[in-house]
Write a protein that binds this ligand. Structure first.
Ligand code: ADP
Ligand code: MG
Length: 290
C-alpha cells in the first residue's frame, strides 16, 4: 500500500488541480533545477489574432487573406485559427482546397483554384531566397508578432502578422522560479525575435528558438547533458517526445490528448504557476517520508 503521506498528497494535488500520472517522476520533482517551457499555448495563450496584412506591391490585401484562409481551414495550428477567424470577420470568401499538406514546423501548402498556395515561416522564405520587406518584417517581429508568408505558385504575395498574448500567470511562475534559483528555458519553433520578445516580457533565462518539432526532444536531451535536472512543460502533439525525454514531463490541461497521455503530471487548470506548486508539493511529500 502507498504510504499515508503519499495518499494525503494525492488528495491535496487533486484539489490543487495537479493530476499526477507518474509517482516516481513526481517524487524526483523536488530535485529539479531547470524548467523548459514551450512558448505557444504554454507561456502564451495560444490564441492568435491577425494584426497586419501586408500585400507586396501590385497585390491586394483581400487576396492575401483569402488564399491564406483557404489553405488554413485544414490546419489546427493556432495560427490557422487566427487567420480563418480574421477572414470570417472580414466576410472574405474562402475557397476549396485540394492536395493539402503540412510542412512540419514550417507551415502548410495546398491547391486553390489550380494554384499552389503556401503559408509558411520566415525560415522557408529564407531558404527559397525570396525577396521581402525585411525592415517591416523585423519591426513586426520585434513587437512580438509572429509573421507568416503567403506564396502563390512560389511567388510571394504578402505577409500576415499575428499576435498572441502572454499569460500573466506565466510571468508570476517565472519570477517565483527565479527566487528558488531554478533556471527557466523557452523552447519554440517560432522565430528568434518573437521568442526573445516573449522571453523579455517574462524574465526567462535562456531561449532556444526556431527548433523544429522533431528536434524538441533532442534539445531537451542536450540540456540534460549540460547537467540540468529538467522538467519540460508543453501542450501540443509536437511536445510529446520532449515531455517523455525530460526528467519530468508536464502537460498543460488545455492541450492535446497526446501531450496529456505522455506527461507525468497534468496541470488541470492550465496555469503555469502550478509548476511551482507541484515542486513544493513534491518537496513537502517526500521530505516527510525520509
Ligand atoms: P511552437 O513551437 O511555437 O508551438 P510550431 O513548431 O508549431 O511553433 O510552428 C513553428 C512555425 O512554423 C510557426 O511559428 C510558423 O511560422 C510555422 N507554422 C506552423 N504551422 C503553421 C500553419 N498552419 N500556418 C502557417 N505557419 C505555420
Ligand atoms: Mg506549442
Amino acid at each position: 500500500a502507498a504510504p499515508l503521506v503519499v495518499a494525503v498528497s494525492t488528495s491535496i494535488s487533486a484539489k490543487k488541480g495537479l493530476l499526477i500520472r507518474n509517482r516516481a517522476n513526481f517524487e524526483g520533482a523536488r530535485n529539479l533545477n531547470a524548467i523548459v517551457f514551450d512558448k505557444t499555448g504554454t507561456l502564451t495563450k495560444g490564441e492568435f489574432g491577425v494584426t497586419d496584412i501586408v500585400p507586396v506591391e501590385g497585390q491586394r490585401e483581400v487576396d492575401v487573406l483569402a488564399y491564406a484562409a483557404s489553405v488554413e481551414q485544414n490546419s489546427e495550428h493556432p495560427i490557422a485559427t487566427g487567420i480563418v477567424q480574421s477572414a470570417k470577420e472580414k466576410e472574405i470568401r474562402v475557397d476549396k482546397v485540394t492536395d493539402f499538406e503540412s510542412i512540419t514546423g514550417k507551415g502548410i501548402q495546398g491547391k486553390v483554384n489550380g494554384k499552389i498556395v503556401h503559408v509558411v515561416s520566415p525560415k522557408y522564405v529564407h531558404n527559397k531566397q525570396l525577396e521581402y520587406d525585411k525592415e517591416l518584417f523585423n519591426e513586426m517581429s520585434e513587437q512580438g508578432k509572429t509573421v507568416v508568408f503567403v506564396l502563390v505558385d512560389e511567388q510571394l504575395i504578402g505577409m500576415i502578422a499575428l499576435a498572441d498574448m502572454v499569460r500573466e500567470t506565466a510571468k508570476e511562475a517565472i519570477s517565483t522560479l527565479k527566487e528558488q534559483d531554478i533556471h527557466s528555458i523557452m523552447l519554440t519553433g517560432d522565430n528568434k525575435k518573437v521568442a526573445n520578445w516573449v522571453a523579455d516580457q517574462l524574465g526567462i533565462d535562456e531561449v532556444y528558438a526556431e527548433v523544429l518539432p522533431d528536434d524538441k526532444a533532442s534539445q531537451v536531451k542536450e540540456i540534460q547533458q549540460q547537467g540540468w535536472k529538467v522538467a519540460m512543460t508543453g501542450d501540443g502533439v509536437n511536445d510529446a517526445p520532449a515531455l517523455a525525454t525530460a526528467d519530468l514531463g508536464i502537460a498543460i490541461g488545455a492541450g492535446t490528448d497526446v501531450a496529456m497521455e505522455t506527461a507525468d503530471v497534468v496541470l488541470v487548470k492550465s496555469n503555469p504557476k502550478d509548476v511551482v506548486s507541484l515542486m513544493d508539493l513534491s518537496r513537502k511529500t517526500y521530505r516527510k517520508m525520509v
